[in-house]
Ligand binder design. Structure first.
Ligand code: GLN
Length: 260
């Protein structure tokens, strides 16, 4: 009997653990509204999508998230954490959503759900202004800096060995800016990073570095939510669609990226 009671207690504990874990991923819109805040996590090292201006985190993703918070009638709370901690933050319920210039890729789709895409991007190559590197084919014997855990890291690491272009050595940094600093100091030969941040780095250091023409990948940015939270996902998609339709999305983007 005693043994049975123990088993029953164990089973009950197991059920409670499972439902508690389930809670974080199935937070309802009503739960968010009741808490009065939408918890958005990002990595504010990615101008023009998210970066620090003075003490404040600003950028395209912040403004989009602000619109989502407004649609829910709650305050937006932005947390700035390392890029490779963003998906774990969603999984543990520390974040309701992630807007971080994050590429919707198949690997990440195993852990989170992505909204409809809101931006097209690619991986770009930054080199010093006087570099002899003219294209990706010149990287084969070079050391390339990337931001840890990003699609640029994935491309250069080339784990499956299926890329057209390869690099000799990959150096991983927590921040894109640290990679660019090492490039300017001559410690690495190139940086592979998303095209819009790449342009911003060059705008900020126009004499020292340049972006090459080649786009190494084709990617789409999307907002990530905890896996299975379709209620929140539908709401995010609804807001994105209305921002697109009303022209507000273009307006937001236009504030940060000059039209070509
Ligand atoms: N788009 C890239 C990725 O998703 C980089 C994003 C970032 O550094 N914020 O991996």
């Amino acid at each position: 009997m005693k043994k049975l009671a123990k088993i029953a207690a164990f089973l009950l504990a197991a059920v409670m653990t499972v439902s508690a874990a389930g809670c974080s991923s199935t937070k309802t819109l009503a739960d968010i509204q009741k808490s009065g805040k939408l918890m958005m996590s990002t990595n504010a090292e990615f101008e023009p999508f998210e970066y620090k201006d003075g003490g404040e985190v600003v950028g395209i993703d912040i403004e989009i998230s602000q619109k989502i918070a407004e649609a829910l009638g709650v305050e937006l709370e932005v947390t700035d954490i390392a890029f490779d901690s963003l998906i774990p933050a969603l999984q543990s319920g520390k974040a309701d959503l992630v807007a971080a210039g994050m590429t919707a890729d198949e690997e990440r789709r195993k852990s989170v759900d992505f909204s409809d895409p809101y931006f097209n991007a690619s991986q770009a190559i930054i080199v010093t202004s006087d570099s002899e590197i003219a294209g990706p084919e010149d990287l084969a014997d070079k050391t390339v800096g990337v931001q840890l855990g990003t699609t640029g890291d994935q491309y250069c690491t080339n784990e499956k060995g299926e890329n057209e272009y390869t690099v000799a050595e990959v150096r991983r940094y927590n921040k894109g800016m640290e990679a660019v600093s090492d490039l300017m100091a001559g410690r690495i030969d190139a940086v592979v990073i998303d095209n819009f941040p790449a342009q911003k780095f060059v705008e900020n250091n126009p004499d020292a570095i340049k972006v090459l023409d080649t786009a190494l990948t084709e990617e789409e940015y999307a907002i990530a939510v905890p896996k299975g939270n379709t209620e929140l996902l539908d709401k995010v998609n609804e807001v994105l669609a209305s921002l697109e339709e009303s022209g507000e999305l273009d307006e937001i983007v236009g504030k940060y990226i000059a039209a070509e």
